[in-house]
Ligand binder design. Structure first.
Ligand SMILES: Nc1ncnc2c1ncn2[C@@H]1O[C@H](COP(=O)(O)OP(=O)(O)OP(=O)(O)O)[C@@H](O)[C@H]1O
Ligand SMILES: [Mg+2]
Length: 261
């Protein structure tokens, strides 16, 4: 199953990726996590120590140059759009408590849509990960889905938009819904996060009537405390949040999978 998690900044995407992966791993599933947010912080939220060296894929300059057929640092008017990537996951992922993590990294100069060898390499790798791998793949995305190419979207079985009980995050979700149609993404869902009371769930239900709601995650003191233990936490999120996520995973498993085409 391939999941992409998106939503407005700060709504809890990375937290939910961590929760989903914890529950799936505890159930014995193989999980590969992809940090595709230029503001890479999934490793920190997972509790990986800052001393663990993680090379973002985009920084593998020589390898990217070799695979795309250009010289490092030279202008690259022509390069291979389909470089070899199938050996990258095993070589460059980090393992942490039974989870695998790949960090994509930021493309400097030119932004996400630039026609440069780095971008071609990252896009090919993402598409490969979303299509060829036979494990749970969870993509932690930057806010919005504009940067998600059709190639990647094809492999996504479920696109999950995280919303908080406020108007701005709901507006982002509605905008993403419109874009998802253009990208051919069929299974779009919402997870309501940081829920404090019934009023919060009702607000989200009323505002996003057209989008399937997978479930709600309560505002949690444990999550809040853990978010302050940057990087070396031995603890993991437990209790209610995991139970709420388990219901969400069961719902996902019950939905017939139909990826975009
Ligand atoms: N259910 C929750 N209860 C309490 N705090 C939460 C909950 N979910 C997320 N948070 C807190 O909200 C903050 C933002 O969460 P997170 O980093 O997961 O969001 P994000 O959407 O990935 O942000 P960004 O857009 O910066 O990547 C963090 O401090 C996190 O601990
Ligand atoms: Mg995040």
């Amino acid at each position: 199953m391939k999941l992409a998690i998106t939503g407005k900044g700060g709504v809890g995407k990375t937290t939910i990726v961590t929760l989903l992966s914890t529950v799936l791993r505890n159930k014995g599933h193989k999980v590969l996590l992809i940090d595709a947010d230029p503001d890479m912080n999934l490793a920190t939220v997972l509790g990986i120590s800052p001393s663990t060296k993680i090379t973002p894929i985009v920084e593998l300059k020589e390898l990217i140059a070799e695979r795309t057929g250009v010289e490092v640092g030279k202008p690259a008017p022509f390069f291979k759009m389909n470089p070899k990537v199938d050996d990258i996951p095993e070589k460059f992922c980090v393992e942490h408590k039974g989870l695998k993590l790949i960090v994509m990294g930021t493309i400097r100069n030119g932004g996400g849509g630039c026609a440069c060898p780095e971008n071609a390499f990252l896009k090919t790798l993402l598409s490969y990960l979303m299509i060829a791998r036979d494990e749970w793949v969870i993509l932690d995305m930057e806010a919005g889905i504009e940067h998600l190419g059709r190639g990647t979207a094809i492999g996504v079985n479920h696109m999950i938009v995280v919303v908080e009980p406020n108007m701005t995050s709901v507006e982002t979700a509605i905008r993403i819904e419109k874009l998802s149609g253009e990208l051919g993404i069929k299974n779009l869902h919402i997870i309501g996060n940081k829920i404090q009371d019934n009023e919060d769930t009702e607000f989200i239900k009323n505002r996003v009537q057209d989008i399937d709601i997978l479930g709600f995650i309560k505002s949690s003191n444990t999550i809040k405390e853990l978010s302050r233990e940057t990087g070396q936490s031995q603890r993991e999120i437990d209790g209610d949040s995991l139970t709420q996520i388990e219901h969400i995973i069961n719902r996902l498993k019950a939905i017939p999978v139909e990826s975009a085409n």
